[in-house]
Design a protein around this ligand. Structure first.
Ligand SMILES: CCCCC/C=C/CC(=O)SCCNC(=O)CCNC(=O)[C@H](O)C(C)(C)COP(=O)(O)OP(=O)(O)OC[C@H]1O[C@@H](n2cnc3c(N)ncnc32)[C@H](O)[C@@H]1OP(=O)(O)O
Length: 396
């Protein structure tokens, strides 16, 4: 366990786990756009610390650690806080970097900080782009797009460059979007993806954001979030439609059993590689999949990770209808617009009649699956799979 945690820590420090979003977690990682200064003034230093969001490209964790350490040294002097525990590997890496500066004077640290950001700015000038806040892929902003039109509220996963992998923030945002959609005046709610993928499942870098309570705390809070997230789908009161615009992986597949209709392009595939990842089924799929497709087909998917084509998924009842990719969007939206004109209360009540008898059972299954998965996340099997993916050694 500690061994795998250590490997994750080393990857983090080496930059292999870098992500643009991590930049904003470092108050010290700020970009200075002025030229190098012989002696950095307080103003130069503050300018540098105010420009971090202009840095388009993540400079990597090694540089971020250096900047962090110099910032702390420049503002607080030599490292003066207790060493974090071994499992708290991110804070420990930061502490190590700061502590390594020993008794370097504050002024020198400030000067080195400004020099470092100046060199970063010079070497990455072409990648620096001032983007309006609304155009940034920030948590809580445009990784999820919600629109409402023609009686349809559409929730679009919008991280096409990451195959619409779900960040922690996106789970929260989807819950909020579902909550709002349940109360708005639309008749139907749609979940879809932007780009060539529908969704590649849980963002595996979620596993690297370890809180002060360590990996156990991370697993516990992940299980709570998972349970809350799936609960929203179980309880969603209106017709819920998945417009599966491309391949779907992991949790984006399992929760399809909780949707009322699933339309898929013939380019879509359905993949739940839980054993490969040292994980176990969620999204109530341990119950809905055997019910939908029979236990042995469900076992092929959920235990052996068999990837289904859209047509296979349709034959097995997971998908309602498959459309040629060339006409997918047009045909699906024409169909949904027609459905959205039906009396909304009648649709809502009919859904409840169909679904309500199962609700209690589904909540209990969700709780159980989330608990089991919490244990799985702490296993070496799971940690090794995540490390392999993040170090680019493995992909599905
Ligand atoms: C609250 C917590 C709840 C948790 C619930 C648990 C859920 C379980 C699951 O969802 S399990 C499924 C997890 N998903 C995966 O294992 C998929 C991993 N991704 C891949 O194997 C591949 O990326 C692919 C097959 C989806 C696509 O391969 P392709 O070669 O076409 O594209 P790239 O690999 O180059 O992907 C482009 C960039 O997107 C990044 N990315 C894709 N998927 C994920 C992901 N799930 N997590 C994190 N990052 C992902 C990929 O790393 C590339 O990034 P880069 O351009 O920076 O290299």
């Amino acid at each position: 366990m500690a061994g795998v945690a250590g490997r994750l820590a080393r990857l983090w420090c080496s930059g292999a786990l870098s992500s643009p979003l991590q930049v904003t977690r470092f108050p010290a990682l700020q970009l200075h756009l002025c030229g190098p200064a012989m002696r950095a003034s307080q103003e130069d230093f503050e300018n540098a610390t105010n420009q971090v969001k202009l840095l388009k490209k993540d400079p990597g964790n090694e540089v971020k650690l250096k900047l962090y350490a110099l910032y702390k040294q420049a503002t607080e002097g030599p490292c003066n806080v207790p060493k974090p525990g071994v499992l708290d590997f991110i804070n420990k890496a930061k502490w190590d970097a700061w502590n390594a500066l020993g008794s370097l004077p504050k002024e020198t640290a400030r000067h080195n900080y400004v020099d470092l950001v100046s060199s970063l700015s010079a070497s990455s000038e072409s990648s620096i782009q001032v983007t309006p806040a609304a155009d940034r892929k920030q948590p809580g902003s445009d990784a999820l797009v919600v629109t409402s039109q023609d009686g349809i509220t559409t929730i679009t996963l919008n991280r096409p460059d990451k195959k619409n992998a779900l960040t922690t923030q996106m789970y929260h945002d989807i819950m909020l979007a579902l909550e709002a959609a349940s109360k708005d005046d639309s008749a139907i709610t749609v979940l879809t993806g932007n780009g060539d993928y529908y969704c590649s499942g849980n963002d595996l870098t979620n596993f690297t954001d370890i809180p002060p309570g360590g990996v156990e705390e991370k697993a516990r809070s992940g299980a709570v979030l998972l349970r809350d997230f799936v609960d929203r789908f179980i309880d969603f009161p209106k017709p819920l439609v998945a417009v599966v615009n491309g391949p779907a992986v992991g949790i984006s597949v399992t929760i399809l059993g909780l949707f009322d209709i699933v339309y898929a392009t013939d380019r879509a595939t359905f993949h739940t590689p839980f054993s490969h990842l040292g994980q176990s089924p969620e999204g109530c799929s341990s119950y809905t999949f055997p019910k939908i497709m029979g236990p042995s087909k469900a076992t092929e998917m959920l235990v052996f990770g068999k990837k289904l084509t859209a047509r296979e998924a349709c034959t097995q009842g997971l998908v309602t209808e498959v459309f040629p990719d060339s006409t997918f969007q047009k045909e699906v939206w024409v169909r949904l617009k027609a459905y959205s004109k039906l009396p909304p209360n009648a649709m809502r009540i009919s859904k409840q009649v169909i679904r309500n008898t199962e609700k209690e059972k589904l909540h209990a299954i969700n709780a159980e699956e989330s608990n089991i998965l919490r244990e799985r996340w702490l296993s070496d099997e799971c940690m090794n799979a995540v490390v392999s993916f993040l170090s680019k050694k493995a992909k599905l």
